[in-house]
Structures are given as C-alpha cells and as structure tokens.
Design a protein around this ligand. Sequence first.
Ligand code: NDP
Ligand code: OXD
Length: 310
Amino acid sequence: MAVLLSTRLEAMEAWREALLASDPTLAIRMFPDAGDPAAIEAAVVWTAHDMAELRRYPNLRLIVSMGAGVDHLLRPPGPPPGIPVARLVDRMLTSQMGEWVLLNVLRFHRQDLDYRAQQAAALWHELPAPVTAEAPIGILGMGELGTHAAGLLRGLGFPVLGWSRRPKQVPGVAMFHGAEGLSGMVGQARMLVCLLPLTPQTRGIVDARLLAQLPRGAFLINGARGAHVVDADLLAALADGQVAGAALDVFAPEPLPAAHPFWSHPRVVMTPHAASITIPSSAAPQVVENIHRARAGQPLLNLVDFAAGY
Ligand code: NDP
Ligand code: OXD
C-alpha cells in the first residue's frame, strides 16, 4: 500500500523525507505520479488538490490536511463519502501563530504604524503611553491556536476575551460563545484577532455590522482565512477611522491580486499566508501515527467533525 503526497513541488521532497524518517517502510507516491490507484491507502494533501481526484482510489482510507485548516478539503465536492479527514495539530504551527499574533498586537499597541509614519516625515513627536492592562484583546476562535495566543497575551498583561462555538472555560480569559455571545465580546475588544476555521457559519463574519460593534479606533488581526473578512467593509471601516489598522495574513483569493487596495493601504500590514507554515519534520510523526491507526482500525487523531465543518 502507498501514501499519496500532493503539495507545492518545492515542499514535496521535504514531506517525503519527513514521512520516511518516521516510517522507512512507507511507499510514497508524489502526485501526479500516483502509480496503481488501488495501492493508495492514504492521501496527504494541501489546498490545490482536487477532491474529485481522490475518488479514483478505491482503497483510500484516510485523508490528511497538511495544515490546521480543512476548508479546502470540505468545499464541494468534498472528500469521497465515508473517508475520514484528519488535520494537523502541531506544536510548531501553534507557536509560530502565537508569535505572529504577538508581533501584530504589539505593533498596534505600541503605535508602530504612527511612529513609522512619523519617521518617514522626520517628525520627533511622543505619543501617549499605551496602557497594556487597559487594552483588551478579543480572540475569535479559542481552539489550538487561539488558546495558545491567549496565554501569550495574558503573559504580557493584556486582558483577553475569547469566543468559541460551544461553552468553554480557559483560565484567565473572559469567555463568550455562540451567536449571542459575539457582540458582548466584540464591543470590548481594542484589538480583534481572528483564528476561526472557515465554515458556512464563519464565512464573512468580519463584516460592517461586526466592525461597527468594535470600540472606535480598534484594530483587526486576521490569521485565519481571507473569506472571514468582507474586504469592502474593512476598507470602509479603515477609511472612516472606525478601524485604525489591520494585520492580514490571509486573503480571498490568494495570492491577492496586485490591484487590490490592501497592498498599498497605509493602515494595512500584510504577510503572504506565512503566519504559520507547516514544518514537515514536525508534523510527519502524527501523520504516520494516523496511517498506522487507520490500518489497524484504531481511533484517529485530530479528526475533522464534518457536521461542525472543522
Ligand atoms: P481549532 O479547530 O482548534 O479551533 C477552532 C476554534 O474556533 C474553536 O474554539 C471553535 O469553537 C471556534 N469556532 C468554530 N466555529 C465557530 C463558530 N461558528 N462560532 C464560534 N466559534 C467557532 O482550530 P485551530 O486553532 O487549530 O486553527 C484555526 C484556523 O486557523 C484554521 O482552521 C485555519 O483556517 C487557520 N490557520 C491559519 C494559518 C496561517 O498561516 N494563516 C496556519 C494555521 C491555521 P469550539 O472550541 O467550541 O470548537
Ligand atoms: C493551515 C494554514 O491551515 O497554513 O495550517 O493555513
């Protein structure tokens, strides 16, 4: 039996080596060279892979996302019926995202956009001192990434508010949940960090209505998926000062077209979906463990809940 790998060409070899380091007996096929379709037992894939293509493999018993998100696997036509999908929950993915969130929270908290603009104008001017304990950070999505980022922010002394789908307790974090909990949380957030999965319920969640509920002059930090944000609504909120700045790692579509206004916006800081990048050597052991479990008919790790959409 063999494992099908499908990702960007430049990442393929690192994945192959990492999987073989965990289990040298694995037979690896690099898409599109799948070989005998009947030999494929698991597919380890990233965003560009066509889910319809996976219907060619009659003995497939596991699909693994090469990232934490799975929206690319669940969009129509979705995975072949009856085949489980696992995602990555990985220490290095989590810590990178924590760093990216901290970078941007501190950038906005310490008025870095303003100081950079002053530097460009050779202007020596001290702004009011920011008070950390008076700058609540709201986190949409309190899963693996959100909970870790919350801990880092708490460690720096920021009050942290969190929003999840189901009721949940996170030490030191004021938690809100469900549609009814959203405005209570957003209304207090000096910065809003989005770390939600993209599902039918969360698509377009950061729209004019939600942005209007933020305290005036708040900041948005989106490390989740571009489609969480309605771009035109964010641009309008930036234009009238309701939102004072945004840090965006993810876009719809990616790459973001060169003509998009975000590229040159003075209050938008962009990274090219690089907040947290999967490191195959870190992620491979759990993938191999899942392949072994699938063979043995044992419960799988980090399974996607199709009904919840993440
Ligand atoms: P998790 O599944 O661990 O956490 C998701 C969180 O979102 C949970 O707290 C969940 O609530 C909450 N949630 C889901 N749906 C809703 C809803 N309708 N209303 C309120 N809360 C909701 O995911 P991760 O933390 O591992 O990853 C989050 C996302 O980050 C990924 O899906 C991916 O899109 C993105 N990502 C981006 C990267 C980048 O480089 N930019 C890298 C890695 C991930 P509950 O706790 O109740 O389940
Ligand atoms: C992920 C991502 O989901 O990189 O892991 O976006």
